[in-house]
Design a protein around this ligand. Structure first.
Ligand code: ADP
Ligand code: MG
Length: 292
């Protein structure tokens, strides 16, 4: 039987926008030693915006935006939405593409008028055989500012950069501080590049970062921490996070999370504030103290 104090706490939590889907979570949350936070939509606002466009190799900014948005019309990634919004704002019409393919954790590719067009992260362009050494400083500068550079290639030639910014939520840093005050080890995990990831983590006061983690490998990060003896909470919002949420001792879905993430979560935080995470932990500790 569920102890009365658990039921009371579940009710209290619901009043503040925290849905406890799994009664056990309320008994485990207070014992968490480690929290893994997804970057996009968890630490950050999750609404990336295009902040700069650069053409290269004879391609104008408009051509870069047109090709990028034509590719992203086929993608459901939050970065795709940012590119499509920028195209609309600049009255750029996406073109029809053929042979579209999304490459998880990397980007998108397709052909257009017989040209091969690729748009995504550095690893994706390097796989095309493109040497980005001469663009290293520019890419590092954008990333150090916490921006995510997405690179365009046409017929295996570098053609430009679209950079997006996704600022941290106003209370992410305060929430991380509170978690650390509770003695909890906090890590951020992301598919994004290590320089951008570290810049965002620094703003949020997070010391440990795992970057360039493919969506399917986020659960392995949780498992690895558990193998180190940690009791691990995972906070995420995206469809990509579902396996990691399920693997964690307590999975917390945040904000306007997708149905899939919510299905795999023990706790759902409705308003998207990371501040609710230390609240869940405190509530759990008080509840367990009441049972004893
Ligand atoms: P996140 O952890 O932010 O959800 P993902 O694992 O989905 O990141 O993607 C990792 C990286 O791959 C992104 O930061 C981006 O550089 C690139 N990428 C992924 N999908 C796309 C896309 N549709 N368009 C452009 N770049 C993409
Ligand atoms: Mg994601």
């Amino acid at each position: 039987a569920t102890p009365i104090s658990v039921m009371v706490s579940v009710g209290k939590a619901a009043q503040t926008g925290i849905l406890i889907r799994q009664g056990d979570a309320l008994q485990t949350a207070g014992k968490l030693t480690c929290l893994v936070l997804d970057k996009t939509g968890t630490v950050t606002q999750g609404k990336p915006k295009v902040v700069s466009i650069e053409g290269a190799g004879g391609f104008s900014e408009t051509e870069v935006l047109q090709l990028a948005s034509s590719l992203e019309a086929g993608s459901e990634h939050p970065l795709a939405a940012a590119v499509l919004t920028a195209a609309r704002e600049h009255a750029v019409q996406p073109k029809k593409m053929a042979q579209f393919k999304a490459i998880t954790g990397h980007g998108v590719e397709a052909t257009q008028d017989g040209r091969r067009v690729v748009f995504g992260n550095r690893a994706l362009l390097e796989k095309e055989g493109i040497d980005l050494a001469s663009h290293q400083d520019n890419l590092a500068r954008l990333s150090a500012e916490g921006k995510t550079p997405m690179l365009l290639a046409v017929d295996r030639q570098f053609a430009g950069i679209v950079a997006v910014a996704d600022p941290i939520k106003p209370d992410s840093a305060a929430a991380v501080q509170r978690l650390r005050n509770l003695g909890i080890r906090v890590l951020m995990v992301t598919g994004d590049n290590p320089i951008t990831a570290r810049a965002i983590a620094r703003e949020a006061g997070i010391a440990e970062v795992r970057a360039q983690v493919l969506p399917q490998d986020k659960a392995a990060v949780v498992r690895e921490l558990q193998a180190q003896g940690e009791t691990v909470g995972m906070v995420g919002d995206g469809i990509n996070d579902a396996p990691a949420l399920a693997q964690a001792d307590v999975g917390l879905a945040i904000g306007t999370g997708t149905d899939v993430a919510i299905e795999s979560a023990d706790v759902v935080i409705l308003q998207g504030s990371l501040m609710k995470v230390p609240e869940v932990i405190r509530l759990s500790q008080l509840t367990v103290a009441n049972i004893k």
